[in-house]
Design a binder for this molecule. Structure first.
Ligand SMILES: Cc1cc2nc3c(=O)[nH]c(=O)nc-3n(C[C@H](O)[C@H](O)[C@H](O)COP(=O)(O)OP(=O)(O)OC[C@H]3O[C@@H](n4cnc5c(N)ncnc54)[C@H](O)[C@@H]3O)c2cc1C
Length: 535
């Protein structure tokens, strides 16, 4: 404790910006950590100084890029009494290569910042459904998933500051020879993978691959009548992905995911025209508009011939009783005309929602996916549009993200297990299935609760823990997890030993992100010591 006080004194004697939280910090999932200090370095030299002081006083630090890892722990560290290094102010865009489609950015660069910087270029940044203010590098390091691609596949040439204070570069930028190409993998053994979901270094810059804008784009929306239609659609979508007729990541979700996304914006539309709508009335509107239990969205991008082909096949695979809609230039134009009419308020309300949410699939990030978090707990109307969802309102949620093969059997087992476990805890899960590859389906499952109600928080956390247990026993492992559930997966002994050796090499004083995806329990600490002796 004394050392921590000295560390804080030394940091406060510099010009580095910091804040001292009053009391423990609590996130949107009701997780709580004692964080003595949050530091906001704005460049590499400030990070280096913090690392030096952390080594000197053996203080534990936890870097985040923008700290918006909601549903997984937000900006909270794994361990108590850890200092958070929030890199949101270290946010320079070093370079945009508009010829080859790459941007080199610092960790604090947000989705919105890069999207704006690319506005008049032939490229866009593939965005996630998280807020416009969330990061690109932090999300990629968590192996986050955007609407058209996996962030992990689009990041390269990492610049990493190690806990020793040294900096290394990966890929071709690790060579003394200067590279004139954007080839991302370098030559020889690749170290990139060591810095994802890891505690080996702080990423201070990276190259991000951008997506070329196409001549035409059209988004699609399918309302699937029931579960039978869901499986018919999922089955016939697979060959379209395999044959590249659809080149986005189709998102398929239940009404528990869709409704809270639309409801607060519908509510706001009516409020803007001085019509108070109750929650029940909003639900009625949604039921009237969306005839279905499951929904699918995505986009078609390419030449008009490519889009026409995509349209043709989507029409072919949409089950008879389900409904397929497209939004392209023509539909947007018609909506603009409809908006001018003084009546048709219900229709105009849905146009308003679609306009407000913008074109996520073509690189326009939004903050308006957030109000749904507080909508699910009644009584939060005044905080719906407050973006600090860790603090505002009472709405809370927790994610679970298992991966399964893209086969009907596996998807059915994953869905049934999700629903069964949630039912056991009296919860109704919001479910999204992301077809991230023609042979891999990602499940994004969340449960909602009142984050200020201890019993509800406990129940939801137990539910997600049980979901982890049940799915892991079936082989559907999560690709990322929340800070309280780092223990649900175990490494094989030999692999774990190698991880410990690497931790010793990179971070001999164990100052960085301890417990993040690598266990640190007592027995393992003993084996680390024996590794050191043997080395
Ligand atoms: C409505 C909603 C929709 C969402 N949609 C999506 C989605 O579509 N796809 C998705 O992936 N997520 C989604 N999320 C989850 C989450 O909000 C995002 O993943 C978000 O991008 C993570 O926050 P961040 O970018 O600020 O990363 P951070 O919180 O800054 O970073 C995440 C973690 O990475 C590590 N890290 C960060 N920066 C560094 C660094 N510089 N060096 C070393 N380690 C570092 C830390 O361990 C940190 O905890 C959604 C959340 C909500 C509420």
């Amino acid at each position: 404790m004394e050392k921590l006080i000295q560390f804080i004194e030394d940091v406060s004697s510099t010009n580095i910006v910091y804040s001292k939280p009053e009391g423990a910090l609590r996130d949107v999932s009701g997780m709580v950590r004692n964080v003595p200090l949050i530091i906001y370095p704005k460049d590499k030299s400030e990070i280096q100084l913090i690392i030096q002081l952390a080594n000197k006083y053996l203080v534990r630090i936890y870097p985040v890029s923008c700290g918006k890892n909601w549903g997984f722990g937000s900006s909270l560290p794994i361990e108590n009494n850890t200092v958070v290094i929030n890199l949101k102010d270290f946010n320079n865009i070093e370079n945009i290569d508009v010829i080859n489609g790459y941007a080199t950015i610092a960790p604090g660069v947000t989705q919105e910042q890069l999207a704006k910087a690319l506005a008049d270029t032939p490229y866009f940044i593939d965005v996630t459904g998280s807020s416009a203010d969330s990061s690109i590098i932090g999300n990629a390091l968590e192996r986050g998933i955007a609407y058209n691609s996996l962030r992990v596949e689009n990041i390269s040439e990492l610049e990493v500051m190690l806990p020793s204070g040294d900096t290394i570069n990966t890929g071709f930028s690790g060579l003394t020879n200067k590279s004139a190409s954007n080839y991302p993998w370098g030559i020889g053994p690749s170290l990139d993978g060591l810095f994802f979901q890891s505690s080996f270094g702080i990423v201070t810059a990276a190259k991000i691959k951008l997506i070329k804008r196409t001549m035409n784009a059209k988004s699609f929306f399918v309302a699937l009548k029931d579960e039978k239609d869901l499986f018919l659609f999922v089955e016939s979508l697979k060959p379209l992905l395999e044959d590249n007729l659809i080149n986005c990541i189709p998102h398929i979700f239940n009404s528990e995911r869709l409704y809270p996304g639309f409801a607060p914006l519908l509510w706001k539309y009516f409020k803007n025209i001085n019509v108070e709508k109750s929650r029940d009335e909003i639900d009625l509107l949604l039921n009237k508009q969306f005839h279905g239990k499951w929904f699918a969205t995505g986009n078609l991008r390419g030449t008009s011939e490519q889009i026409n082909l995509g349209v043709k096949y989507l029409k072919k695979i949409t089950p008879k009783n389900s409904k397929l809609q497209f939004i392209g230039k023509r539909e947007k134009y018609l909506c603009q005309i409809l908006k001018k009419f003084p009546f048709f308020h219900e229709l105009k309300a849905f146009i308003y929602v679609t306009d407000e949410l913008g074109d996520l699939t073509c690189g326009t990030p939004t903050n308006l996916t957030l109000p749904g978090i507080n909508w699910v707990v009644p009584g939060n109307e005044s905080s719906l549009f407050d973006l600090d969802i860790d603090k505002s309102g009472t709405g809370g949620f927790l994610y679970f993200t298992p991966m399964c093969n893209y086969t009907l059997t596996d998807i059915e087992v994953m869905l049934n297990t999700t629903i069964k476990v949630a039912q056991d805890f009296h919860l109704v899960p919001a479910i999204t299935l992301n077809a991230i590859k023609p042979n891999i389906m990602e499940g994004v499952i969340s449960v909602s609760f009142n984050k200020h109600n201890f019993v509800e928080v406990q129940n939801a956390h137990q539910c997600i823990r049980e979901m982890n247990r049940a799915m892991i026993s079936l082989g559907f492992l999560p690709y990322r997890n929340n800070i309280d559930m780092m223990d649900v997966l175990t490494y094989k002994k030999d692999y774990e030993q190698i991880l410990f050796k690497l931790k010793q090499i990179f971070d001999p004083n164990s100052i960085l992100s301890n417990g993040r995806y690598i266990p640190t329990d007592k027995s393992l600490e003993i084996s680390v010591k024996s590794v050191k002796v043997a080395a």
